[in-house]
Ligand binder design. Structure first.
Ligand code: ZN
Length: 98
């Protein structure tokens, strides 16, 4: 039995692999509302900092917070700044009712 081991010519460190998996986020010149509209249309999770959270009408997009995950940290989908206290919003259809 042979295994398909794909080796690239460049050796990746664990740090390189993590950076390669990082979502590119909003590209420069793109307005934050358009970026979040696209994520909402695809029912992707949206994380927003405390400044950007009031600007997103979650009822209009049928989004809700996750009660078991009150805070997340990372890059805000609105202002692209790192925040250790963001709210994670997910589409209603993706929340389990347990
Ligand atoms: Zn923000």
């Amino acid at each position: 039995m042979t295994f398909a081991i794909v080796k690239s010519e460049k050796e990746y460190s664990p740090r390189d692999r993590l950076i390669a998996g990082l979502a590119p986020g909003r590209r420069s010149g793109r307005l934050p509302g358009g970026h979040i509209d696209d994520r909402a249309a695809l029912r992707k999770a949206i994380s927003l900092c405390s400044d950007c959270l009031p600007k997103f009408n979650r009822e209009a997009y049928d989004y809700t917070g996750k009660p078991n995950l009150p805070l997340v940290r990372g890059r805000c989908d609105g202002c692209m700044a790192y925040s250790p206290h963001m709210r994670l919003l997910v589409h209603h259809s993706l929340v389990s009712n347990m």
